[in-house]
Design a protein around this ligand. Structure first.
Ligand SMILES: NC(=O)c1ccc[n+]([C@@H]2O[C@H](COP(=O)([O-])OP(=O)(O)OC[C@H]3O[C@@H](n4cnc5c(N)ncnc54)[C@H](OP(=O)(O)O)[C@@H]3O)[C@@H](O)[C@H]2O)c1
Length: 263
């Protein structure tokens, strides 16, 4: 299937590892030039080197940006535009959440994580929007999370962070549809990145069971019988970025193997 992506340009935040790296890798395979935004320059440069070695001719710009720093975002976007000449696709993936129950999470953690997502995501969208409006295939994809729709005690922070992201997705879809820009959210379930290992250990500790048993229990909750892989999220991102998804906007799509109980 021709996805109409070759020669397009995407900005990906959180591209240094995990889901963001998988998304950058999948877009590169479709011939999409990349602006990789991150804090850890060694890791981001490593991703860029991997992708350009695999896809000679691909243009990749590595841009240093702490997305929780409000003053860093506009200069970083300007730098990426200067390096790549424009942008068609914005993937907001930077994020994470402090794992723990309400009483265990310090104020500073709430403030820090909210500054990344949804606030950083909102600022990144705002600064990129004037350039997306110039594209003939403008796409915004927010990586949210199923806990926005199905809150949980031990991941209490993931709820409001991701729910805010869903709300801004719909508002942006309404506002920028007339500019030909689609805006969607992807809600991964527990995904096999460093955060999965952390979740498994918390469950093992809380229930007084082995790590293996905790992992088995978590997977048993997933109708498809396995943990989500970063590549599962990347595949949907590529489709939503493509010219085949031009009438999909304002949606939030789970990639969770069916684990979320609601519809
Ligand atoms: N894994 C899951 O189970 C899961 C489930 C639902 C939703 N999600 C969402 O998916 C996204 C990616 O998660 P992941 O599992 O791939 O996480 P991860 O492996 O922990 O990677 C997080 C990414 O976000 C970046 N980041 C964090 N804070 C940042 C900041 N202040 N400035 C710039 N970059 C920052 C990190 O960059 P550094 O390398 O600089 O730290 C890293 O690239 C997140 O938004 C997360 O909420 C994940």
């Amino acid at each position: 299937m021709d996805l109409g992506l070759k020669g397009r340009t995407a900005f990906v935040t959180g591209a240094s590892r995990g889901i963001g790296k998988a998304i950058a890798t999948a877009l590169a395979a479709e011939g999409v030039n990349l602006g990789l935004f991150g804090r850890d320059m060694d890791r981001c440069n490593g991703v860029a080197a991997e992708l350009t070695a695999k896809h000679p001719g691909l243009r990749v710009a590595v841009i240093e940006m702490d997305i929780s720093d409000r003053t860093a975002i506009k200069p970083a976007v300007d730098k990426a535009i200067a390096a790549l000449g424009g942008v068609d696709i914005l993937v907001n993936c930077a994020g994470g959440a402090y794992r723990g129950r309400l009483a265990e999470i310090p104020d500073e953690a709430w403030e820090n994580y909210f500054a990344v997502k949804p606030l950083g995501l909102i600022r990144m969208s705002r600064e990129t929007m004037p350039y997306l409006k110039k594209s003939t295939q403008g796409r915004v994809i927010h990586i949210s999370g199923t806990r926005g729709r199905e809150p949980h005690g031990v991941q209490v922070m993931s709820g409001p962070i991701n729910l805010g992201t869903l709300s801004i997705t719909k508002a942006m879809a309404n506002e920028f549809g007339p500019d030909g820009i689609t805006v969607n959210a992807i809600c991964p379930g527990s995904t096999d990145t460093g955060r999965w290992t952390e979740l498994v250990s918390i469950r093992a500790r809380e229930k007084g069971i082995s790590v293996e048993k905790a992992e088995q229990q978590l997977v048993e909750d997933v109708p498809m019988g396995r943990v989500v892989k970063p590549e599962d999220v990347a595949d949907l991102t590529v489709f939503l970025a493509s010219n085949r998804a031009g009438m999909i906007t304002g949606c939030a799509i789970n990639v969770d193997g069916g684990r979320t109980r609601g519809i």
